[in-house]
Write a protein that binds this ligand. Structure first.
Ligand code: 13P
Ligand code: SF4
Length: 304
């Protein structure tokens, strides 16, 4: 299967990108695994004609926004993100009408149509830097309330919040974390900023998924409690075989991130199935917001 996929990737002059939550067999074949920021930057820079995206729909859309002349394939078109669907362009326009004029910072976990109405995008790796870069005292952050609250705690700006959330990260409670901590009292607790504020207060470090992989490698600790989607345990262990990783909660599994199979990848590459193309009238303004974020991250060499 692996050889077949690598052969098809070559035939299609395609690059295979996989998010850190994807199943192990997919991560093992991909040209690049990473967090949303790393995958966005790679999608913007690649020379390949086709981008095979193993992740969810908004990620493939972002690749299409950044590379409108390339073919972007999402092997399962029904792999979505419930949080991205918690905001629509119409609802955002209504909210903006109610507020005084201010920049809109939109998490990449959103549709291209919502990005198109935004000033700049952010990811879990750069949200605070993005907000601090803006020449405004007040900012509206969409759609993740938890990322917005986390950012609000790390900036002097007034943050207006959109009430969206990730169903997977939002279920983690302080009680869950304390239970695992009792079993592993020396462990370092790393949490994703999509978790609730009361969970983030318990965290030793708040990081993006790739930030967690790097931190675990650099840390002197050998045991970690991982407060993010359970798919991250695989690349964490792969990069740090001598260290131990425990999920903060086994319930933190994103069904959308597990939809793509190796068969889906073969079918997608063989028949060029699952093409994701953002229409030009949305692509152009969405590109402004995404590119602004990438330029800022690259210029600041943001540590993600
Ligand atoms: P990052 O990998 O950018 O931290 O994002 C997490 C996520 O929820 C993606 O869907
Ligand atoms: Fe969306 Fe959460 Fe799944 Fe990421 S883990 S794709 S934010 S539902």
């Amino acid at each position: 299967m692996k050889e077949k996929i690598r052969h098809l990737l070559k035939k299609r002059n395609a690059i295979m990108l996989a998010h850190n939550y994807q199943p192990p067999e997919i991560q093992d074949i991909a040209d690049l695994c990473g967090d949303s920021l790393e995958l966005s930057i790679k999608a913007a820079r690649t020379d390949a004609e086709t981008i095979l995206f193993c992740g969810v729909h908004f990620m493939a859309e972002t690749a299409s926004v950044l590379s409108p002349d390339k073919t972007v394939l999402l092997p399962r078109e029904d792999a979505g993100c419930p949080m991205a669907d918690m905001i629509t362009p119409e609802a955002l326009k209504t909210r903006l009408d109610e507020l005084s004029p201010m920049p809109v910072v939109t998490y990449v976990n959103s549709t291209a149509a919502v990005k198109a109405l935004s000033t700049i995008c952010c990811t879990s790796a750069n949200a605070v830097d993005v907000v601090n870069s803006l020449d405004a005292r007040e900012v509206l952050m969409t759609p993740d309330r938890n990322l917005a609250r986390y950012t609000a705690a790390h900036t002097d700006k007034k943050i207006h919040i959109w009430e969206g959330y990730c169903l997977i990260h939002d279920i983690l409670t302080p009680e869950d974390v304390n239970k695992v901590r009792q079993a592993h009292p020396d462990a370092v607790f790393v949490a994703h900023p999509e978790c609730r504020p009361e969970v983030l207060l318990l965290a030793d470090k708040v990081l993006s998924t790739s930030g967690m992989i790097r931190f675990a490698g650099e840390s002197e600790s050998s045991t970690f409690i991982v407060g993010t989607e359970v798919g991250l345990l695989y690349p964490l262990k792969k990069a740090n075989p001598d260290k131990e990783f425990y999920p903060a909660s086994l319930a933190m599994e994103c069904p959308d991130m597990k939809k793509i199979s190796l068969d889906d990848i073969v079918r997608s590459l063989e028949f060029m199935e699952g093409q994701v193309k953002v229409p030009e009238e949305i692509q152009r303004p969405a590109l402004n917001a995404v590119q602004r974020m990438i330029d800022l991250s690259e210029s600041k060499m943001v540590d993600h």
